[in-house]
Structures are given as structure tokens and as C-alpha cells.
Design a protein around this ligand. Structure first.
Ligand code: ACO
Length: 415
């Protein structure tokens, strides 16, 4: 269940294991994973713990958009495109572009809205994770900047890069830390030693991206797709409700760099060799595959994409990920009230719905007014779904994201 998970975190694997163990019990899910057998062992040894009723619940949601809305007609004045082409191929009508707003401005506003919705005070937040590929600075991390802005005095804060699937990865990391914390707080016994870490009851998870800063505005194949924004969610431990039931994370290698963005570094003072930006690209490529000399690699700090390749992979991957989350929670797909997918292309969403034989009316489609906002996308769409009254208490909801890496993730929760 957490095989891909270990690769992206630094936690003690035992903590993750017991987190998984606790969630497996909460789900009462009879999968054949290693966590399940030991979860049953835990249950026998702690018969009084009502773990089936406990979990990590979503208690608040929010989003923030920059002021400037840019229409397709506006873009047609910059590159050779048209409103008709963009709408037909993507479903996008306009997107918001941050001119004055920083990533920190957007993230803090979305985070504050989610905290307000959850009725959470700044000094109650134990953990802040920011998912982003466009932080305002590398150090301090985006999460550290937002923590300071929001006055989250006791929160531990760090960034996570899983591109457009960031939302699911970030929530999964937060949920697992909370589960491990709950297990040690509740004093549950386990076949593994439970490491004593930070007590985490409330987490703020924010996706923020200003893709406008890594977009080549002369490239019509990419610049019409992207927008800026932030989405946020508060996760709170609940002793009475199960919340998140299951998740699925998967990484697929991307040896031809179908989706890539280079990172420019100032190497002008590097004294050991004459290293250029191209060398950095080669290092990146060499680690992937020997066949790469033929590859056309990105040489600038802007997104390059083989659109059709990503389209084909994503359409199938998204449907597969939804099914994995359902299977792991032992929830039939028809019990799912709403799927909130990554908003990369309306056609991808519709294709996935068709593949799943799931009514497209029960897919959240928010892309029209925002475009693809990367790590913010699923959380912004989730905020829309709550605002539109599409999610009620007790509903089963699946979040699903995919993106560069290639990263893929889904998560099923009970509202
Ligand atoms: N306006 C007008 N024409 C265009 C534009 C444009 N903006 N962009 C491309 N075209 C042209 C192409 O040049 C091509 O012309 P040709 O037939 O003369 O060669 C024609 O339109 C068709 O191009 P395709 O690339 O085949 O168009 P497609 O239907 O595949 O749509 C798109 C392109 C929208 C990019 C689609 O492939 C897609 O959505 N891919 C997935 C994107 C995605 O999901 N990205 C992942 C996440 S991004 C992230 O993680 C940051």
C-alpha cells in the first residue's frame, strides 16, 4: 500500500507501517497487503479501541485566485491560437494569472480560508505541507514562508513536489503522520516499536502554483493550458469519524521527459569545471536512460510537454487510480458520490468517466475558468465542490491527480 510512499518521505518506516495498520483497521478492509495481517494482530491486542470510528477527516477547504483573468481571446493576441481551438481541445475559457500576487500570497489566502471554514485557530495547526513546483524561494521553503505569514507558531512546515498529483501525495503524507501520532497517543500496542514523534491533530495542506512563471509564453502548445492559484484543505484527527479510507500512489518513469521543466542555476562561479545549463540537463537525462542522446531536452526553465503522450497515459491512469482507491477501501464505485479529478483537460476527465462507466455529472469539472493550476488544481476543484453544495456529510468522495514525474495518486474519503 505504501510502497511508493517511502520514496518521498523521510519518516521512520515503522511509523508509516502503523499508520497504514491503523487505517486498514479503520477501513475494515480485507486486502492482502502486509499491513492488513499485522493490523488484525493489532486489533486482537487492543480490543477496546474503536478504530473503525476514528480517522483523518477533512474539516475545511479553501482556494485563492489572482485578480487578473486572461481569456482565450486575450491569448490569441499573443500566440497563434483561437478561443474555438482551446475550448474544443481543453474546455478552458479563461485562467487567472498572478501579476502582483506571490505564491505565498495565494497559498496564505487559501490556507486562511480553509482554516476559517474548519474553525481552526493558527496556534492549533501542528503541520503545514505545501505542494508546489513554483515556490517563491527554495530556502526558506514555501511552507516556511506561509507558516510565518499565517502565524502558525507551532506547526512544522515543509514542501513537497509531486507536480500536479501533489495534492494527493501531500494529503497522504499528512494523514499518515496523523495516524502514527494518534497510534502513539492512544497507546495502542503493535508488533512494531512506535516511534514517538510530534503530536499532530490538525494539518493544513496547501497546493499552490504560479505556472505562469515557468510557462513559455511563445509556445502555443503549452501556454494556453496553464493558470495560477492555490487550494487548501484542513485535515483533523477525529476519534469518532473515519475520514480518509484509502489511497493509492504510483510513480511511472518518464524516460523521454514527456513532461519536464528544467531548473536554471547560476553556475558562473562554479570553480571545478566549465559547467553550463546544458550539462545540468545531461545529468538529469543520464540518470534516466542511456537511450537519451536522441532526446530533445528542455533547455529553459519552462514547461515542455509531449501533449498527446501525456493525454493517453493520463486518461487511463486516472481511471485506474480511482479503481485502486475504491478497491482498497472496499467501496464499490457506484457508492462514490463525486470524483474530484486533476483539471488538466476536460477531455481527459470525460474520457476517464467513460472508461470507468461513471456518470460525468458526478465528476467535478472546474477547469473552464482556471485552466491547469498544477498542485492547486484538485484542492481548488474540491473547494468549488463544497461551495457548490455538491458534497454532503457522509458522501464518499475520490480525489485523483496526475502529473510530471510521472506521478499519480488517488484518495477516497468520507465527508
Ligand atoms: N492553438 C491552435 N492550434 C494548436 C494549439 C493552440 N494553442 N496547440 C497546438 N495546436 C495545433 C498543433 O500544432 C497541431 O497542428 P498540426 O495538426 O498542424 O500539427 C494541432 O493543433 C493538434 O495538436 P495536438 O497536440 O494533436 O492536439 P491535442 O488534441 O492532443 O491537444 C493538448 C493538445 C491540449 C495539449 C492535449 O494533448 C493535452 O491536454 N495533453 C495532456 C496535457 C496534460 O494533461 N498535462 C499534464 C499535466 S501538466 C503539469 O503537470 C504541469
Amino acid at each position: 500500500m505504501f510502497s511508493a510512499f517511502y520514496e518521498l518521505s523521510h519518516y521512520n518506516q515503522a511509523s508509516l507501517f502503523v499508520g497504514a495498520c491503523l487505517r486498514d483497521q479503520a477501513n475494515a478492509s480485507a486486502t492482502s497487503t502486509i499491513g492488513c495481517d499485522d493490523a488484525l494482530a493489532c486489533k486482537k491486542r487492543e480490543p477496546d479501541l474503536k478504530r473503525m470510528d476514528m480517522g483523518c477527516t477533512l474539516t475545511g477547504s479553501g482556494k485563492a485566485l489572482p485578480q487578473l483573468a486572461v481569456t482565450n481571446d486575450d491569448l490569441a493576441k499573443i500566440v497563434d491560437t483561437s478561443d474555438e481551438w482551446i475550448v474544443e481541445r481543453t474546455g478552458i475559457h479563461e485562467r487567472h494569472i498572478a501579476v502582483e500576487e506571490t505564491s505565498t500570497d495565494l497559498a496564505a489566502l487559501a490556507g486562511k480560508r480553509a482554516m476559517d471554514a474548519a474553525g481552526l485557530q493558527p496556534d492549533e495547526v501542528d503541520l503545514l505541507i505545501c505542494m508546489t513546483i513554483t515556490p517563491d524561494s527554495v530556502v526558506p521553503s514555501e511552507a516556511c514562508l506561509v507558516k510565518a505569514r499565517l502565524g502558525l507558531e507551532r506547526a512544522v512546515a515543509f514542501d513537497l513536489n509531486a507536480a500536479c498529483a501533489g495534492c494527493v501525495y501531500g494529503m497522504e503524507v499528512a494523514a499518515s503522520m496523523m495516524e502514527a501520532s494518534a497510534l502513539s497517543r492512544l497507546g495502542a500496542s503493535s508488533p512494531l516499536r512506535i516511534s514517538q514523534g510530534n503530536a499532530i491533530k490538525h494539518a493544513l495542506v496547501i497546493g499552490v502554483d504560479r505556472l505562469s512563471r515557468i510557462t513559455d509564453w511563445t509556445d502555443r502548445t503549452t501556454c494556453v493550458l496553464f493558470g495560477d492559484g492555490a487550494g487548501a484543505v484542513v485535515l483533523s484527527w477525529d476519534d469518532e469519524a473515519p475520514g480518509i479510507l484509502s489511497s493509492f500512489l504510483e510513480n511511472t518513469d518518464d524516460p523521454t521527459l514527456a513532461l519536464a521543466c528544467d531548473q536554471l542555476r547560476d553556475l558562473s562561479t562554479f570553480p571545478f569545471a566549465d559547467i553550463s545549463q546544458d550539462d545540468v540537463c545531461q545529468i538529469m537525462a543520464a540518470s534516466l536512460d542511456e537511450a537519451l542522446p536522441e532526446l530533445e531536452r528542455p533547455r529553459r526553465a519552462s514547461i515542455s510537454m509531449q501533449g498527446q503522450k501525456i493525454f493517453k497515459w493520463a486518461s487511463k491512469a486516472m481511471a485506474d487510480a480511482v479503481m485502486k482507491a475504491c478497491e482498497r477501501a472496499d467501496v464499490p464505485l457506484d457508492e462514490v458520490s463525486l470524483i474530484v479529478p486533476h483539471q488538466a483537460n476536460e477531455r481527459i476527465i470525460r474520457f476517464s468517466a467513460k472508461k470507468l462507466k461513471f456518470p460525468v455529472e458526478r465528476m467535478q469539472i472546474s477547469i473552464g475558468s482556471v485552466g491547469n493550476t498544477s498542485a492547486s488544481s484538485v484542492l481548488m476543484a474540491l473547494a468549488d465542490a463544497y461551495a457548490e453544495g455538491r458534497i454532503e456529510g457522509g458522501d464518499k468522495v475520490v480525489l485523483v491527480g496526475f502529473g510530471g514525474g510521472l506521478t499519480l495518486g488517488s484518495l477516497l474519503f468520507v465527508a
